[in-house]
Design a protein around this ligand. Sequence first.
Ligand SMILES: Cc1ncc(COP(=O)(O)O)c(C=O)c1O
Length: 446
Amino acid sequence: MAAVGENPSLWEQDKRQLHPLHHPSQSDNPTIVERADGVWLYTTDGRKILDAMAGLWNVNVGYGRSELAQAAQAQMEKLAYTSNFAGMTNLPSSELAYKLSAYAYPSLKTTFFTSGGSESNDTAFKTARYFWKRQGQADKVKIISRRDSYHGITLATTSATSIPRYHKMFGPLMPNFVYTHAPNPSRYAGTIQENEAVGAAAARDLEETILREGPQTVAALIAEPVQGVGGVIVPPDDYFPQVRAICDRYDVLLIADEVICGFGRTGEMFALNRYGVEPDILSFAKGVTSGYLPLGGIQISDRILEAMNSASVEDAWLHGYTYSGHATACAVGLRNLAILEKEKLAEQSARMGARLRAGLAGLSEFSAVGDVRGLGLLCAVELVKDRETKEPDAALALTVQNAAAARGVRIRALEGSLAFSPPLIISEDEVDQIVETIGAVLDSIE
Ligand SMILES: Cc1ncc(COP(=O)(O)O)c(C=O)c1O
């Protein structure tokens, strides 16, 4: 293939597509990735880039897995797609639903498939409302989410997302979405009482939010176990057990948004297991196919299933997407799970994550490094203007992101933090290359 410089029409062609999170100033001559293998991306202009973001936190088994291509080909040759609406099904979606039954959490046995995380969370919100209507509590419609959360990009999931820049040009947001404080250990934004720890303060804020809104109006809390896009916020260990107890006290469903965290990313197959907590609804996507094909879904507890099964036909759970239970996507999902299990990639994520964090912690000699945190291969380095005030340095984070890209390492600046979320198959040497590159970039800047 001709190099891009000799064939500018490639960029001209690309100008006809609107990119996600688009601004025209960023779309001039984008990097064109032609192929990828393991953790490495290869561009049309001959560069090799270590993808320390695994695409968008999702290519868990790494790039270039021929087993997944073969699974897709074999399924497409038999049956690429069929409607999965009531009255018809296909083998891979049944098999994957069966495989996933009680896979993440013992009490979640039933799956509904979507094509991605936003659809999963939208589905979760509708399902929570449906459940309460079926209990005769039709006023329970509000969805509580935490500040700095990201739950997707449809209008409802944008409304649950609590990062202001995603709201600014799309308001008004949907009514009945309410926010509580994030359990952010390094910069908790709510009030902390004397001798109160951050986990307890954030749990108390949730309880106060429910009471202020009226428990009889609250359907669910949605929470990412580790908040990803909001800056890789790892909650204190005592937070989720308290959240679970509060949700139970006020009849509020707990929706775990494990779109990033699921399938090994945090060093556990599913992240709430670390805290001994089970949600009522699980949202998943990304890692279920490692991004090889679009797939997501929700899993529900038996009491939610029972509410659906015992409804009259008029009150049926009338929800579904054209691509729910897509045969080829599910076949790839099944094969992807087999790889995750066979290669013990959740354990690998825990091991390599510890190595990455230890390496990044070694960069604390640079005065701009304010915090290093993470779980498994979901990590962040927070850059600050001043360690005392902890004021985040978003401009510096962007500079480091771009300088790292110029040196062949792809990371993502999220406000003042640098996020790291490489494929779970990353080797020790590759982890060390990430750390060395960030160190060299910080050194050149300081
Ligand atoms: C926690 C979380 N939930 C939901 C989504 C939305 O997923 P999708 O982009 O597949 O719609 C994302 C996307 O990054 C996410 O990080």
